[in-house]
Design a binder for this molecule. Sequence first.
Ligand code: ASP
Length: 304
Amino acid sequence: MKPKSTATPSPVAIIVHGGAGAIHPDYHQIAQEGCVQAAQAGWRMLVAGGSALDAVEAAVCDMEDNQAFNAGTGSVLTNAGQVEMDAGIMDGESQAIGAVGLIRHFAHPISLARAVMADTGHYFLAGEGAEDFARARGFTEISSQDLISERRRKQYEERASQKAGEQDTVGALALDAGGNLAAANSTGGVAFKLPGRVGDSPIPGAGFYADNRFGAVVTTGQGEHIMQAGLAFLVMQALERGASSRQAAEQAAASFARRIPGGQAGLVVLDTAGRVGLAHTTAFMSHAYLAPGMDEMVSGIRFR
Ligand code: ASP
């Protein structure tokens, strides 16, 4: 699918992913369309003069509202049948970080993560403390039940997604007109996880990283594998050594596969010039991007 961009080519760039894994064929088109819609939300922010942080937050919020994805409304459930969400965001200019874990009553964990970055002097809040902070900041509290989609309720009842290995977490990277990069990740984690489990998605160096000097990355897949390998940091090291975004993605994925044989992960990379890289060890990875020199958005379920 190649939706026409309304904007002329510019130095700004956006890439989003909708997770890597064994995406069920019934959801290929929905996932691809959801990625396009989210990338467009981020792109609109960039061409209106918004920052890279604004763009990645807008893109991820869009996917948190889209029940096709495992983030926000439509997150997978714990083995106790509850939603527990994690998110992380990073500013490539200041390298400030915001992250939240175990969120149960707020529809946009990525916005909470950004508020943690902006307002607390800390980088990571989890559980009750994070939710108290959200209430104090005036975020709208909702019933946890409202975050559970019909599809996830059914999967939970049938324990189906565990078998399918679906991993449809979301992430976004952006480069703004000022040359700033940002990264954002949001997830319901893995299906049937133990209550209290936090994965890689809100962990800098594992699930995401952004540094204006080199580039930015977000990862997705089995959090335990990704944390063990420090996957986001493998990408940053490759970029720092002078690899292109595509080379960095491929080198990090190859290094990940050597370190964690059979490991399940995918990643997207954006460098300082807005060039895109993407790699995955899984069967599929849904994505959409628009980068300098392109006049049309590219989207797909694989990337080869
Ligand atoms: N990495 C996420 C986690 O393990 C899941 C995913 O990316 O789909 O929590």
